[in-house]
Design a protein around this ligand. Structure first.
Ligand code: NAP
Length: 339
């Protein structure tokens, strides 16, 4: 079975990754449409040794399209996903536009693959937030075994999470700093070079940012764990690619770091990198361009009674598993069922 594919947002950071991974994974593509804003119309992009011309995304861009990957921002998804659905496409959306609507499935294939088939008449499947994916892949297998009660997540998020222009800004600020020139701040809320910024996405009335609340909202929905308690602090760091998270997990049952390592060694999408004696723990520079979420620094949380707590450190390439790869894996689930 091969399908007609469209990528809305093909010229962006996630779009570029879609092109690389669709080719690498030999996604069975019959035809491919690359869509972006009017600014990029006419630009040439290479896919599988062939040149494709980027077209302006319009309401009628989806004629004949079967799988439509969206990564052009939430407002664009809201406007154009219904047109793609009307044309008969199944939409796999990387933005936060639909994630919190009860009837829209929110899927990490290693955790809740069956939900992908519940896209219904709206024909939309949402891809979770990138930090949520990095945090939940190691958390879920431990939850299944020990029963997760509460999670505290602190993130260290790469600048590429804010898109291609933000990556260029970090690079330019670093060059200007080295040359002794004044730095320009346009995309991130503050200078990101040689700095950390404790604000990602918009502030909410309760003092959290939206990014921080996504972990709770999405964690409950993906793990089908409606009573989960969770809190997060999300921080942008001057790392080009791959998000890191520190997790403090409190469980119903007692657990040990040894048991957790064994469970995670057998968990899909996760690789255990945990040996303090040999300096083995996952870091962004080494997890970039890798499929799996690396997990290490696994230890008993000494602040929780009865050995019911664990601390972990997880790192994953958020443009890959946090976005394009996860979306493509959802598409592959559909293909296996002939959809
Ligand atoms: N970066 C990540 O790690 C990551 C991870 C998970 C989810 N996401 C989500 O994925 C989406 C894209 O992120 P990104 O990092 O790839 O951003 P980006 O690098 O800024 O790329 C944005 C893409 O959207 C296109 N676009 C912008 N305005 C448009 C319009 N009016 N009509 C059609 N296309 C338009 C851009 O086209 P032009 O080049 O023509 O402007 C570009 O292709 C966002 O919703 C983001 O939250 C990103």
């Amino acid at each position: 079975m091969s399908v007609n594919v469209a990528i809305a947002g093909a010229t962006g950071a996630v779009g570029e990754e879609f092109l690389r991974l669709l080719e690498l994974r030999s996604y069975p593509i019959k035809s491919l449409r690359l869509l972006a804003s009017a600014r990029s119309a006419g630009r040439k992009l290479m896919f599988a040794g062939r040149e494709y011309t980027v077209e302006e995304l319009k309401a009628d861009s989806f004629k004949g399209v079967e799988h439509a990957f969206f990564s052009a921002g939430g407002s664009i998804s809201k406007e154009f996903a219904p047109h793609a659905a009307k044309a008969g496409a199944i939409i796999i959306d990387n933005t936060s536009a639909f994630r919190y609507e009860p009837e829209i499935p929110l899927v990490i294939p290693e955790i809740n693959p069956k939900d992908a088939f519940e896209y219904g008449a709206r024909r939309i499947i949402a891809n979770p937030n990138c930090t949520t994916i990095v945090a939940l892949l190691p958390t879920y297998p431990l939850h299944k075994q020990f029963g997760l009660k509460r999670a505290v997540m602190s993130s260290y998020q790469a600048i590429s999470g804010a898109g291609a222009q933000a990556m260029a800004e970090l690079e330019q600020q670093t060059r200007d700093w080295a040359a002794g020139k004044p730095l320009t701040v346009k995309i991130a809320p503050k200078q990101i070079a040689f700095n950390v910024i404790p604000r990602i996405d918009a502030f909410q009335e309760n003092g959290y940012t939206k990014e921080e609340l996504k972990f709770l909202w999405e964690g409950r929905k993906i793990m089908h764990h409606t009573t989960l308690r969770a809190t997060a602090t999300c921080v942008r760091v001057p790392v080009m690619r791959s998000h890191s998270v520190s997790l403090n997990l409190e469980f119903e049952k007692a657990c040990t770091p040894e048991a957790a390592r064994e469970i995670l060694r057998n968990a899909p999408g996760v690789i255990v990198q945990d040996d303090p004696k040999t300096e083995l723990y996952p870091i962004p520079l080494e997890r970039s361009l890798k499929d799996e979420i690396g997990v290490g620094r696994i230890r008993q949380d000494i602040s929780i009674d009865d050995n019911r707590g664990l601390c972990l450190w997880a790192v994953g390439d958020q443009i890959m598993k946090g976005a394009a790869l996860n979306a493509i894996q959802i598409g592959e689930l559909l293909l296996k069922q002939g959809r």
